[in-house]
Design a protein around this ligand. Sequence first.
Ligand code: IPD
Ligand code: CA
Ligand code: CA
Length: 263
Amino acid sequence: MNKEALTNIDDLVRHWLTTLDDIIPQLIEDMVTTTKRNRFDLVTNVDKSIQQNFEDFLHEHFPEHQLFAEEKSNEEVNAYQGHVWVMDPIDGTTNLVKQQEDYCIMLGYFIDGEPTLSYIYDYPHRKLYKAIKGQGAYINNQPLSQPEDLKLEDAIISFNTLVMNDATIHELNSASFGYRFIGSCGLDSTRVFLGQFGAHVNTNPKPWDIAAQFLFAKELGLKMTTLDNTDLDFAKAGPFIISNKACHDEVLKILNANTGYQK
Ligand code: IPD
Ligand code: CA
Ligand code: CA
């Protein structure tokens, strides 16, 4: 795809994202929460409406593009062929419901499986993270630079303690500078983009939790792999780490000792 065509898509998507500022407040005011697999697995009208709204946007502007998203069946989608948008309409739904803060909207655009455009919109703080293939990553249109090397002993790391065994939690805590966990895979990842966290680990993400991060990792010189240090498949997902390159191997070494995590 040429630069002009890509810029056109970027302009339209960024405009679509600004329209959310007008609709989200009312959706939150009318919030209806339901559960999916269990009482902790939440979905709201906010998630559903944002996804529907983006689906309508695609139909209008790019009818040949496919949508691979959390709140729909994706059986008919071939994620590796053609123009595919992977969407998490709200990442951090628990935070939205319980705190009205620390959630985001995530979009990853792939052409024949190649990450081409990515967006993570931290709506409560009005911060838009964007990556464009070959052109870098941005926050609110300001270029982001590659984070400096962070050794594990100097790094804050982020993971869900509920799925780690005690010995692993203890080892990670003593090898790193400290621990923080936001509870939104997208926002925990943005901290790694900015060099605020050394690494974020999620042992059971779905494609929409990690699709957008591929391009940011590429453009910012970060490592994004499975927990076995192999390549990740964006359409299958599974246990993953996004990390500053200076602490990636050490985090994995600890995680893989003592069968340290559950999926
Ligand atoms: C969840 C959040 C959470 C992560 C879970 C995800 P959701 O996404 O990103 O931080 O630990 O694995 O499922 O359900 O809020 O979209
Ligand atoms: Ca999610
Ligand atoms: Ca979600």
